[in-house]
Ligand binder design. Structure first.
Ligand code: ADP
Length: 708
């Protein structure tokens, strides 16, 4: 070389730059660079190791004379960690070794000895691009002292010129790889997600893994809920038939490790890796290399995906990313497929429940067309399922439009309704039913659900009770009337004997109670049949209260209870059937006394709330009434079940409610279990008094013996 070497140097650098910049493929760039270096600087052997941003070797090219050589990742790692290149990487400085036998930075290798271990000379320079170390370039000459400082400078110049091209090629390779992985995963996702059938999803995951990773066999195992063992569910490829059903006990082998760490593991040589154990062995498969990735769903590892024996012998660098990506993709779809399968099962169970229900259930659309009817409807009505599906709900039973709303508007707006009706049978007959209808959401559409309960038995019982009521009334009323008049007569002729008088009082009280019951039963049937109350008079509420208190006073005294009148001041007259309302107060007070333990407290009071009604209350500090029973107690013959409940017929409150409502008033209850009960009722104020009609009653109320 001439002393002034600036001109040829510039030319050389331009050449190098043109050569390497023309290529984007990393291997090509590296090869061109090595040839340029050997041609212009000298040497028989050269290498480039490319590193990623973390300093890890990612690729390399080695040239001996004219030939390229294969290298292993391990060799690269050795060179970069130790050896001359390692020194250069660490110091980020170029190194000139004039005699390799005399420089401790030179790592002696097996191939050195093969080369008769002669002394050599070497140059090693870092490839720096924009302050990043992208690789090291080494040039070796087979004789010592072949390289000098000038060669070193030249190499440095070439390296500086080429390093940006190397970096670009490396970045390009990386982006190509990412693109390949992305494509594989996107295709995988599309294929895997196109099914929600569990077995089909497994098959798709395995096929995608086979294709993307180019392996002989793939297998998929999921963690069993209770044991946490991995159980293989599906496999594809060579000799995969025996794999399904195979179990890897919780935490064992390479598979267990992947589950525990939640990270993909690739074992390039199964024989030399202790992590692969007997537990991992799959019947009929001789694993050489294996990739195992966790299958994840919602952040949790639910199983593993195994790819065994790449057809090319080794997994390519994309493999970890691809297998990890497929594992992640598979998780959500597998989970979704499982959830769907569970849902379908639940749906079937629901269907069975619907079919097997003891109640007749009908689903209709909002036109009233029957969509579904369960077995019980068929049994009860005699119509076949097909016939029912061609019918409308109003053909099956008499719909009460005042409850469902016109065109089922009330139901449609979310309201529920209950009523009694009749079911039309196929043979033309009818049976009494109770109907409970409501809106239900079914498979994204809403429909009306009708539960039809056969109440034939209850109706028969009701009829029986009515007969009994009739009987009690007719057979008791006349003899009772006789007893009452006899007792009245005895009252006037009885000598003034205390014992006799007290016996007479007991007899009169008991007869009074029976008479009230008989009258109340009679009133119930009259009011229920819609008869108006006609015998109304204006009366001072305070008188009604005082009279009622006087009648129940003996019972309260017998139970050592405090009976209190809280109705004070002046109240307007009320317009009522005096005898009937008297019995209402007696009923409420007697209940309060009866259900409140001895020593309790019972009070009655009244107040005006508006100009049109007087509001009364009867309050006790007894056991109270549960919310569930609060409505029921007003039904006829309904009594709250429980231990040691005082006896009764369960007609008192039914009568009270009908009587108060018959007056245009209201009766309701407020109660806190354990604290007590308050019954409230309103009665109408007497309006526009006319002297003829309104006589203020002041005396003792006269009980009517018989009323028409
Ligand atoms: P009966 O008293 O004959 O059972 P009622 O119709 O008068 O019938 O009352 C119905 C039910 O309501 C009673 O069985 C009782 O359980 C409940 N009840 C009524 N009044 C009270 C009260 N003051 N405290 C607690 N429970 C009551």
């Amino acid at each position: 070389m001439p002393e002034d070497h600036s001109q040829p140097l510039l030319e050389l650098l331009m050449n190098v730059s043109r050569e390497v910049a023309a290529a984007l493929d990393l291997r090509t760039v590296l090869q061109r660079l090595l040839f340029a270096a050997m041609q212009n600087v000298g040497g028989e052997r050269s290498s480039i190791i490319v590193m990623d941003d973390a300093g890890k070797p990612v690729d390399a090219t080695i040239v001996y004379g004219q030939r390229f050589h294969e290298h292993t990742t391990q060799q690269l790692r050795d060179t970069v960690e130790r050896g001359l290149a390692g020194w250069v990487v660490q110091n980020r400085k170029a190194a000139l070794v004039t005699d390799t036998t005399r420089d401790i930075r030179w790592l002696r290798r097996a191939d050195d000895t093969a080369n008769k271990n002669g002394a050599k000379s070497a140059i090693c320079v870092p490839l720096m691009a924009r302050d990043r170390l992208v690789g090291v370039l080494t040039l070796v000459h087979s004789i010592p002292n072949a390289f000098n400082e000038r060669h070193l400078e030249l190499m440095q110049a070439i390296a500086d010129q080429a390093s940006v091209a190397v970096l670009n090629a490396r970045l390009y390779t990386e982006s190509q790889r990412t693109a390949r992985v992305m494509t594989a995963l996107a295709e995988g996702a599309a294929a895997i997600n196109s099914s929600l059938d569990v077995a089909d999803v497994w098959r798709r995951v395995l096929n995608q893994a086979m294709q993307a990773l180019q392996v002989e066999t793939t297998a998929l195992a999921l963690i069993e809920n209770d044991t946490h063992d991995l159980v293989f569910h599906a496999a594809a490829g060579n000799n995969s038939g025996d794999i399904p059903g195979k179990r890897i006990p919780n935490g064992q082998g390479l598979a267990g490790l992947v589950v525990k760490k939640g990270q993909t593991v690739i074992v390039s040589s199964v024989k030399q890796d202790a992590r692969y154990s007997d537990a991992d062995h799959l019947e009929g498969i001789e694993a050489r290399s294996i990739a195992v990735a966790p299958i994840r769903s919602q952040g949790k590892v639910i199983g593993i995906l195994e790819a065994i024996n790449p057809t090319s012998g080794t997994f390519d660098p994309d493999a970890p990313m691809v297998v990890t990506g497929l594992g992640a993709l598979a998780g959500t779809t597998i989970q979704n497929a499982q959830v769907l399968a569970q849902l379908q099962k639940a749906h079937e169970r629901y269907r069975e429940l619907f079919e097997d229900s003891v109640d007749s259930i009908v689903l209709t659309d909002w036109e009233g067309r029957i969509l579904e009817a369960n077995r019980q409807v068929v049994t009860l009505s005699g119509h076949t399922s097909e016939a029912l599906r061609a019918m409308r709900i109003e053909q099956l039973h008499e719909v009460k439009a005042n409850k469902t709303g016109l065109n089922y508007q009330t139901l449609r707006l979310g309201g529920e309704c209950n009523y009694e009706s009749v079911l039309h049978l196929k043979d033309g007959g009818i049976i009494p039913i109770h109907v409970h209808a409501r809106r239900v959401e079914l498979e994204e559409t809403d429909s009306a659900q009708w539960i039809l309960r056969d109440i034939t038995e209850r109706k028969e019982l009701d009829a029986l009770r009515e007969d009994m009521t009739d009987m009690i009334y007719h057979d008791l009323r006349s003899p009772l009337g006789n007893i009452v008049s006899s007792l009245d007569l005895m009252d006037s002729i009885l000598p003034d004997d205390e014992t006799l008088r007290s016996m007479l009082t007991i007899a009169r009280n008991s007869t009074g109670r029976i008479q009230r019951l008989v009258n109340s039963l009679l009133d119930i049937s009259r009011l229920e049949s819609g008869q108006q109350i006609v015998d109304q008079n204006a009366i001072d509420p305070l008188i009604l209260i005082r009279e009622a208190l006087r009648d129940v006073e003996p019972s309260a005294a017998g139970r050592h209870q405090i009976l209190e009148n809280r109705a004070m001041g002046v109240l307007p007259l009320i317009w009522v059937d005096v005898d009937m309302i008297h019995r209402v107060f007696i009923n409420l007070l007697e209940n309060a006394i009866k259900y409140t333990p001895t020593g309790g407290r019972v009070e009655i009071g009244a107040q005006t709330t508006s100009g049109t009604a007087v509001k009364f209350w009867v309050r006790d500090n007894g056991p109270g009434i549960s919310a569930a029973d609060r409505d029921r107690i007003f039904e006829k013959f309904t009594r709250v079940r429980g231990k040691e409940v005082p006896s009764g017929m369960g007609v008192g409150l039914a009568f009270c409610k009908l009587a108060v409502q018959g007056h245009g008033g209201q009766l309701w209850v407020e109660s806190e279990p354990g604290k007590g009960t308050t019954f409230w009722l309103t009665l109408p104020v007497a309006q526009r008094p006319s002297t003829g009609q309104l006589k203020r009653q002041t005396g003792r109320l006269v009980m009517k013996e018989s009323r028409k």
